[in-house]
Design a protein around this ligand. Structure first.
Ligand SMILES: [Zn+2]
Length: 277
């Protein structure tokens, strides 16, 4: 008995020393995502790191002449993400005040991401090679936004801190190599290079599909998107997006279930949009 108390105390002391805290970053929504997360770094630190990494990457993209080349395309992406962002308070109140930002980067790479605090990018390779519809782009960006809402990067950095894993080589494309071991470098590395856990993927799928439905995008597009990605995976250049979003066999089955679950939200959003016309 005494021993158990001591052990418990020991763990608590270790947690306090390392600044470890358990949080649940989001509200459950209709899809019911609810899981405690262990964090060893603050949101403020991670957000500041993301801000720095993002600013540097966009400056580099600008320098290379690959930033927001097509005004109509940028406008299309901004319009889609704006509708998704408008639905984020369903999952967390503070998200409405995040410094949301999206840019389109011209590259063959099939990729899209959202850094902590709402710093997004989508690559022209994804838009063009998938011949993505607005609903499918909403599925991709809804999924990415959900990773940010759930603070999966902060969680992943915390896990790395606790296992003392070093930061790997960060992407050369956008010149973030010199961010190195800083929090900004870790955010960039987690965003661009490291695979998400299966648990994080499932959460982002479910929250993302609800965001899309609430914003009036067809939730079934998440399924067609994964089917398109799946077809590309067998080709010469598998999508970069798949390396950070490892597919699992039952993913499409799960998406079908959740697309059904949010169908009434989609119908309601379509209904109110039609009524407003
Ligand atoms: Zn993901």
């Amino acid at each position: 008995m005494v021993r158990i108390v001591l052990v418990t105390f020991g763990l608590a002391a270790a947690a306090a020393l390392s600044g470890c805290q358990t949080v649940d970053t989001t509200k459950a929504g209709v899809v019911g995502v609810d899981r405690d997360q262990r964090m060893m770094v603050s949101s403020d630190e991670v957000n500041a790191g993301a801000q720095k990494a993002y600013a540097q990457m966009m400056a580099e993209a600008q320098k290379k002449g690959v930033l927001d080349k097509d005004a109509a395309q940028l406008q299309r992406i901004q319009a889609i993400t704006k509708r998704l962002v408008a639905q984020t308070p369903t999952f967390r109140d503070d998200a409405a005040k995040w410094p949301w930002e999206v840019h389109v980067i011209s590259t063959e790479e099939v990729n899209a991401w959202c850094m902590p605090h709402g710093k997004m990018a989508i690559y022209t390779g994804l838009i063009q090679k998938l011949n993505a519809t607005d609903d499918e782009i909403a599925a991709v960006m809804g999924h990415e936004i959900s990773h940010a809402l759930r603070e999966h990067s902060r969680e992943q950095i915390s896990r790395q801190m606790s296992t003392q894993l070093g930061v790997g080589v960060v992407g050369a494309l956008l010149g973030i190599g010199d961010l190195g071991q800083s929090i900004a470098g870790q955010v960039a590395n987690v965003t661009l290079n490291l695979p998400n856990s299966r648990q994080a993927e499932t959460e982002a799928d479910r929250i993302g599909i609800e965001l899309a439905a609430r914003a009036g995008f067809d939730p079934n597009a998440a399924i067609s998107l994964w089917e398109k990605m799946g077809k590309m995976a067998g080709g010469n250049q598998p999508p970069k997006w798949l390396s950070t979003h490892p597919p699992h066999a039952d993913r499409i089955a799960d998406l079908r279930v959740y697309a059904q679950k949010v169908a009434p939200l989609y119908a309601a959003a379509k209904g109110s949009a039609a009524a407003g016309k």
